[in-house]
Design a protein around this ligand. Structure first.
Ligand code: ZN
Ligand code: ZN
Length: 729
């Protein structure tokens, strides 16, 4: 489809012109509130003092602002503006005469504009966002939108997640930092990669982003040359586990390998094993890595799907033609890994809804578009299907597109047993397949459909045919945990080991979130790559935590940090002796360096559970979803040992882990083993994982009573003493 339109010429024209300086930048207190469509409407405030400083300051690239919903988490406005128009033809009319230059068009209707500084960008975006011709407009934001956070404005490319630690921007000559890596990652989702380039060199990774490059004038040439010298295949090779820049360089130099395909061929020919520093085992691992990468290519983490789906759903909700809308499919069932995103809406005007949806800023590409259904690519290439149905059909479609395959089979059978037919269009009084509205059994909601089939409402997460029908029939469906039941978490890190926030920052953040407690469990000394603590530093940290807690108590706060450790399970013992463990309020024992055989791993975990100072086992299979398989372990035996010793098991809710798997929780629960939902936070924003963890816990049929971090602090403290007291008797 070749479309030539006059607006394209206009854009070319704009590209050649600059309209700097037309807008006064005087700062006054009256203009310190900005509202944008992002695509949701969001308001920010800038303190008058900051504005005054900004107008005289030298660094006018970033302007500090606070979302009105949060007084502690600031973001920064950049000097670029992202503009999405309903019709591209409006671009010149809306921008000519204003201090905005077109940098590039991202799609037919999305443009990146440059303002002379961040204040002008904010004002221009505020002005544009109020115009009816504008679908969304906002300055480029950087700031604390979490890396994995489901509240991040857009999903972040997994590429950056994976290599986050390499993505610091340093001046190659002096080693000084130009900016934190979060700049790059935040800029990526908002500009959707436009202008972000990633380069590899033998010292690691260096990145380019126009906003960062401004701060690094003089170094541009270095990057340009660097970028030009790197074949794109090398960047792709970085996604194979076990391949770092140094190895890639060696492969390229010695074997001429510059793509994943060539790497695979070289491995199969046995050439990689012969290289220095590689060997048979590495070669096999690389081949497996390539294979796994292919299988995983069409799968996505729950958090990525959620981060892409939620803003779209929010936008749909604001559309006047949308009556109801929801996620469906595996996303609504809170599966840890998702294929496609399914969205469902009801409307009297499906065409308008489809058109609106396809133009959302989160949409990368429209794959297919019909009257009532469209398939688009969102996020990092996740397929998202939107179906628009009539409001009468909505509950049936929602149930149909939500249930797992096996669950839906049982539902249809139950309908047939009652002389009915159930499909995506309705529940019909018929012995044949039909869509005849005259035969329809009217249901307003999913609850009504279940009721017609003589069932109580079955929550979406457990619609997997894993016993929900038997339980429902006996009226024994559990009341599943809600994420708002959680009052804190018991496995988290700080800057003392490999976390990014200090003790003080962590306490302030978690208190602000409204949590009651937050255990600090930094790594033990064996985890040297994660800057693990030795006994002396653990004792020092206990003192620091006590000091912070005293300060909290002095100002009548009820929030407390708990002193703990994520102690490594070593071959023949734990990394700390019992004397030290006894001084800690919370002990998580984790196996970070597993053996290759099941019996050995099982033995180590059981021995850890038998230690009376260990409260819980951390991430008990070590799996990393879509990246690393679980290590071999006999989970039943481990769960049995936890049951007999009174040891808890964590549901690590880092979105790469969700470990222990939801499929094992019913067994653990049947043995009386308690769960702790832990984000294993390495950044404060990781607290948001708790919400995902609760979703996965629901999938494992867990209730509030099964999960210990739903307890208020005093009751939790009692539980934390239970195993130790028993051993002391
Ligand atoms: Zn760990
Ligand atoms: Zn950890």
């Amino acid at each position: 489809m070749l479309r030539f339109a006059p607006w394209k010429l206009t854009i070319l024209l704009c590209l050649g012109m600059a309209f700097h300086g037309a807008v006064a930048v005087a700062a006054d207190a009256a203009t310190n509130r900005f509202q944008f469509r992002l695509p949701m409407r969001s308001a920010y405030r800038v303190d008058a003092a900051d504005l005054r400083q900004f107008s005289t300051g030298r660094d006018r690239q970033w302007l500090k602002a606070w979302p009105e919903s949060s007084s502690t988490n600031f973001v920064q406005f950049g000097s670029r503006v992202v503009l999405q128009l309903k019709s591209p033809a409006d671009l010149s009319r809306l921008t000519i005469g204003h201090a905005l230059t077109l940098v590039r068009g991202v799609t037919d209707s999305i443009f990146i504009l440059q303002a002379p500084d961040a204040l002008v960008a904010a004002r221009e975006a505020h002005r544009l966002a109020a115009l009816p011709e504008v679908a969304a407009c906002y300055p480029v934001l950087r700031g604390s939108g979490g890396l994995h956070s489901p509240y991040a404005p857009q999903p972040v490319a997994s590429y950056f997640n994976q290599y986050q630690y390499y993505l610091e921007n340093r001046n190659p000559a002096t080693g000084t930092r130009w900016g934190a890596d979060i700049n790059v990652r935040s800029a990526w989702p908002v500009t959707r990669g436009a202008g972000v380039t990633v380069a590899v060199c033998d010292t690691g990774f260096e990145t380019n982003h126009p906003d960062l490059m401004t701060a690094a004038t003089g170094e541009l040439k270095y990057y340009d040359e660097l970028k030009a010298s790197i074949p794109p295949g090398l960047v792709e090779m970085l996604q194979i586990p076990g391949l770092g820049p140094k190895k890639i360089q060696a492969l390229q130099k010695k074997l001429g390998v510059d793509s994943v395909e060539k790497l695979e061929a070289a491995c199969k020919a046995g050439k990689v094993a012969e290289l220095d520093g590689f060997g048979e085992k590495t070669q096999t691992n690389l081949l497996e890595g390539i294979e796994r990468k292919r299988t995983y290519a069409s799968k996505h983490l729950l958090v990525q799907a959620l981060a892409a789906a939620e803003p779209l759903l929010e936008s749909l909700r604001t559309h006047p033609d949308v009556i109801r809308c929801s996620t469906a499919g595996s996303l609504r069932r809170s599966k840890e890994v998702i294929g496609d995103i399914d969205l469902l809406a009801s409307s009297k005007n499906p065409a308008a809804v489809i058109e609106f949806f396809a133009a959302q800023p989160g949409v990368l590409k429209v794959i297919a578009r019909g009257e009532t259904k469209t398939s688009v690519l969102v996020g990092e290439g996740i397929q998202c299907d939107l179906r628009v149905v009539s409001d009468a059909e909505f509950p049936y479609a929602l149930a149909y597109f939500t249930g797992g395959k096996e669950h839906n089979i049982v539902m249809r059978q139950r309908a047939i047993q009652r002389g009915l037919r159930l499909n995506e269009y309705g529940l019909f009084k018929s012995k044949e397949e039909t869509r005849d509205p005259k035969l329809l059994v009217r249901c307003q909601s999913e609850e009504d459909i279940f009721a017609e089939l003589e069932l109580p409402y079955i929550p979406p997460e457990i619609r997997e045919d894993q016993g929900e029908f038997a339980a429902a029939q006996k009226n024994a469906l559990p009341r599943l945990i809600e994420w708002t039941d959680l009052r804190g978490a018991l496995h988290n890190h700080t800057t003392w080991s490999d976390g990014r926030a200090t003790l003080e920052e962590t306490a302030a953040y978690m208190e602000e979130l409204g949590l009651e407690y937050w255990a600090i469990t930094d790594h033990s000394k064996a985890a040297f790559q994660a800057n693990g603590l030795d006994a002396a530093r653990v004792r020092e940290q206990i003192k620091e935590i006590k000091k912070l807690n005293d300060q909290l108590a002095a100002r009548d706060s009820e929030f407390r940090l708990l002193a703990g450790s994520e102690v490594d399970i070593l071959k023949d013992r734990l990394d700390f002796d019992d004397d030290l463990l006894a001084e800690l309020e919370v002990v998580v024992a984790s196996l970070h360096v597993p053996a290759n055989n099941e019996a050995e791993n099982t033995k180590r975990l059981i021995r850890a559970a038998e230690n009376s100072f260990v409260h819980m086992l951390g991430h008990p299979t070590g799996r990393l979803l879509l990246e690393r398989e679980p290590y071999p372990v006999n989970l039943e035996a481990v769960i049995d040992a936890c049951a007999s010793t009174g040891t808890w098991i964590e549901l690590n809710c880092n979105p790469y882990r969700f470990d222990l798997d939801w499929r094992m929780w019913p067994y653990a629960k049947s043995k009386g083993v308690k769960c702790v939902i832990n984000p294993d936070a390495h950044r404060n924003e990781h607290a948001a994982f708790l919400r995902l963890g609760a979703g996965v816990a629901r999938k494992g049929w867990l209730t509030k009573a099964d999960v210990l971090n739903t307890l208020p602090l005093e009751k939790l403290r009692k539980e934390l003493r239970r195993k130790r007291d028993k051993a002391a008797k």
